[in-house]
Design a protein around this ligand. Sequence first.
Ligand code: COA
Ligand code: AMP
Length: 630
Amino acid sequence: MKYQDFYNESIKKPEDFWKKQAQNLAWYKEPQNILSKKDDGYHQWFEDGKLNLSYLCIDKHIEDGFGGQNAIIYDSPVTNSKEIITYNRLHKEVSKLAGALKEIGLKKGDTAIIYMPMIPQAVYAMLACVRIGVIHSVVFGGFAPNELAIRIDDCKPKVILTASSGIEIDRILPYKPFVDEAIKLAEHKPSSVILYQRHLGADTPGKPYDIDYVKAVSTATPVEAIELESTHPSYILYTSGTTGKPKGIIRDTGGYATALKFSMKYIYGVDPGDVFWAASDVGWVVGHSYIVYGPLLNRNTSILFEGKPVRTPNSSTFWRIIEEYRVKVMFTAPTAIRAIKKEDPEGKFLKDYDLSKLKYQFLAGERCDISTLKWTEEKLKVPVIDHWWQTESGWPMLANMVGVELAKVKPGSATFPVCGYDIQILSDDGAIVEPGTEGFVAVKLPLPPGNLLNIWGNPERFFAGYLERFPGYYFSGDGGYKDKDGYVYITGRVDDVINVAGHRLSTAEMEEVVASHPSIAECAVIGIQDDLKGQIPLALAVTKSGNEIAESVIQEEVVQSIRKKIGAVASLRQVIIIERLPKTRSGKILRKLLRSIADQEEYKIPSTIDDSLIIDEIIHKLKTHKIGKH
Ligand code: COA
Ligand code: AMP
């Protein structure tokens, strides 16, 4: 099949195209109303269809005779353990946990937070929720109690599912005390916490609201999946925006299932029964779509990896897993490859492993630099596919659709729009720009199935943030350009969102924390280039007049307060104290100028800055602290 024909079909006749794709799922009630508009004017897919994600990911395969197939392979070098979970076993675990949730009073439409490390119970929890129509919100373990509290207050969960601890290579991380602290900080109080004890040595005293996971599951009556409307929210996933408050992206059920099933075949090129590995975390959208729902919907075997690409025990872990489980398609972030490359630049470890089953290596989550792409191609000897998407889309928007037709890889480009995405590059005033001209990356409405339904509890922000900037389009927040052959290149965010080791973070949120330090008058947090993590945050702060606290003390306190209020994942380690921040006449901080200075890119000092000594001081500080490229 030709990509261009398939793509054109999806754009010209979206309803016919997606109706056909939806038929690949076992609906309880097949949709007749394919594309409609809600009262607010926004599109929805398959409005009158009924289905259940948990049924499609588990029960359907058992009914088809594949109960004995491996559904999940849990590999945890950090705890030295491995576990194989068949579809039959997954059914038992999920239907019993769903029963336990039901017994404590959870019902369709309630919300539950899942704050768990990369263990099978996290996957069981997600599937148990969707089995009974409970809307889950998984919170990444690297976020601090304060961030968890913000999410508790926003989605008001009846229950939190957690584990006693996580483990970061060799450090035990106490998850449960974080949950207790978050509940203390939050105004909304969940009625119970279902606690999975890992017995890793970080056990803490119980609380009255605790329910032991194992006990609850062992006595529960298993429950069947219930019929859900296609538009029923399957989950809320918080992501960083341009303000201090994260946005709860709402995902539907039927559109999501249709899109994921489609993507496994046509984007990733995997057939049912194949082994698929997304080395991410269930706390991110990649984990939702390509560790849990996508591969399980497609009856693949999905690898659940608890570890890091390096130091587990060395940088050969990825290759070991590919060989050991005969992985056909792998997905990770470029930063993980850069970490491996740093430890083993020659790729010596690769010689010890048989990677012959690997067919494609996919990369996403951040911009893929050309040297990482080249290194990966050279070492793995398979096509390396950079593809682009975001939490809001839930599945790829730009990709080389290898399941349709493998296009020539052009380094730096995430290739072509995926079926259903009419991607255009727009100028500031909304006109489509010429090939080669950089602009704002937008998608003409309607978005294909699987994309966000709304923002939880904040429809105004949804319309203002995504739909009003360019009427008739969804605005992605990224900048980019198309070349004359139609390849799309993403150049980076055009807002204050940064991407640190494939993790999306808000500089505005960090600024709120930095500015709350008693000695700081004002500040700017910018993302600067980093060889390993792609970007890292840098805080530039001005102290209050009369401040007598030493710079080094303030710097350390700021670093610690970011860890405490946002979490270690923010990776803010560099703070410089300066006399003044460069601003426009109207008082806006010139963040772009600061970024260019830190990254040693070309910049022009605007005439609005009357005193160029500000810039000299910043450069001097960057040099003194050896920050960025200085
Ligand atoms: N729970 C608790 N803490 C976590 C965590 C989790 N799930 N994940 C990360 N952290 C902590 C880390 O321990 C680290 O803490 P520290 O500052 O005390 O050392 C901090 O958050 C930053 O973590 P990270 O950005 O992951 O840096 P790292 O130096 O530990 O590892 C990489 C660097 C590149 C190896 C790692 O980021 C990686 O493998 N990235 C892959 C990217 C990825 O999966 N992206 C998801 C989207 S596809
Ligand atoms: P997240 O919502 O956490 O998945 O982050 C999405 C953002 O990451 C996008 O808006 C981009 O800025 C960036 N991103 C993801 N994939 C790519 C890619 N392949 N190339 C460039 N940027 C990417």
